[in-house]
Every structure is written in structure tokens, then in C-alpha cells.
Ligand binder design. Sequence first.
Ligand code: BTN
Length: 264
Amino acid sequence: MLIRRISPDLEKAPGLVAERGSVLGLPMHLLASTTSTNDEAKHAAKDGAPSGSTWVAEQQTAGRGRQGRAWVSPRGENLLFSVLVRVTCPPSRLPPIALVAGLAVRDALASAAPEAEPRIKWPNDVHIDGKKVAGVLVEAVTAGTRVQAVVIGVGINVHTRDFPEDLADRATSLALASRVPPDRAAVLADVLARLDGDLHVVVARGLGLLRVRLEAADALRGRRVRSDTGDEGIASGIDDDGRLLVRRDDGVLARWSAGEVHLV
Ligand code: BTN
């Protein structure tokens, strides 16, 4: 069943974004249901939508995550949104952009629930107490080999308290982690304002000084990790291109650029 209206809490979001003076977030399209907010943004990019346009949905019927996974979220409970940003850059900038989006989400969640201590799990998940609370999916709109625009899709578990059995030990929400009831519109406006501040820095100059903030919030640093292909080592930070640095047992500093990372 599709819902036909937007909850009043989300309707405040465009006003909050305007108050913060963010370029990202406006115009904001609030949707009762869509296949995927990333699809909305990608189609609109081709139709000339302005940079900063944002799509927020109460429900997605084909929400997707990284590596071809589905992103499933009960309708009306969480934050599902995508921002279109018109930037011209080489494809190598995409991982740093995704990391900075994860950092904006992490910082907004830390501000909403300081006691929760959210952390970034490379490449761009946000975890609280070792469980995933948010994920980022960055997709590029390209012309030839150049990126013409990026779509930054974000899913944040805000109000969900009961996760399906197969997710219960791996997923959490702001409501479960916080003493104060979370406010979806405030979290959304805060993520967008933080992203607004850092995005153009990373597009122009790469991660640079943002690495210090990323490393302070890094859930993996100093931990033993294993890749999907079975490589192992100690996570040792993130390089300027957004790759995970892993000190292997033979002493070599490896740079992992894709795939999932598991704590050993
Ligand atoms: C991941 O952790 O694998 C990334 C999840 C990204 C989910 C969000 S929800 C809003 C936007 N629309 C989508 O279809 N995906 C992203």
C-alpha cells in the first residue's frame, strides 16, 4: 500500500533548510512514495534540475544500497533522501565525496544524540555501538569520462525500533540510541548544512584536512579487518583518495578501494 501524504514532522524540513541558509536542500521535493530518491534525482539531473535540489521520500519501493543491495525502510519512520549536486570532477573524487557525506551524517547524528557516539565505518556507513544506523550511496551523472553531477543518497534509521530478525544484530536507529526523541526534519536540515560546508572543499581539493575529522570518527582505526577477498590487517586510517589504509602482517601498507570490510 502506498501512503499519500507527508508526515507533518517532515513538512518543516524546507523551512529549516532555508533558515540555515544552505544551498543544498532547496528546492526540496517531499514525496509520499517513489521507487528511489536517487532515481528521482538522476532523472531530474537530465531535465536540468538546479544544483542542491533534494528529494525526500516517506517510502521507497526499490530503494538501493551499495554493491547492488536493497535498502528497505518501513514507510514514514526514517530519512530517505537524495541531493543533486552539479560538480565537474574526475571520477576519482567520488570516494572522497561519499566519505564526506558520511561524515556530515555522522556529525549530525552526534549532534542529535551526543551520548550515542556515532562513528564512520569505511567507506561510508555510520555505526552506533557497532550497528549500522545510516548508509550513503553516491551515484554519478557522467558525460564521457567526466562527472557532471553527483547524486548523494542517504538513508538514516531514525524511528525504527523493530528490525527484521536478520538485521536485528546489525542495525540500529537514532530512537534506540538516543534519550531524546529524534526530529527527522532537524536531522535532515543539519546533514544538508554540514554537507554544504564540506562538499566544495573536497571537490576542489580532495580530502586534505577533512582526514583529521574522518580519522577522529573512524570506527575501524586500530582494529583488525578482513576484506571480502580474504586480505587481512590492521586498519590504519584513510588516504587522500578515500582508500582504507591497512597494515598487513608482512608490514606492507595496503590501500583498499572497494568492497566490504569486516571486523575480525
Ligand atoms: C548503503 O549503505 O548501502 C547505502 C544506502 C543508501 C540508501 C539511500 S535511501 C535514499 C537513497 N535512495 C536509494 O535508493 N538509496 C539511497
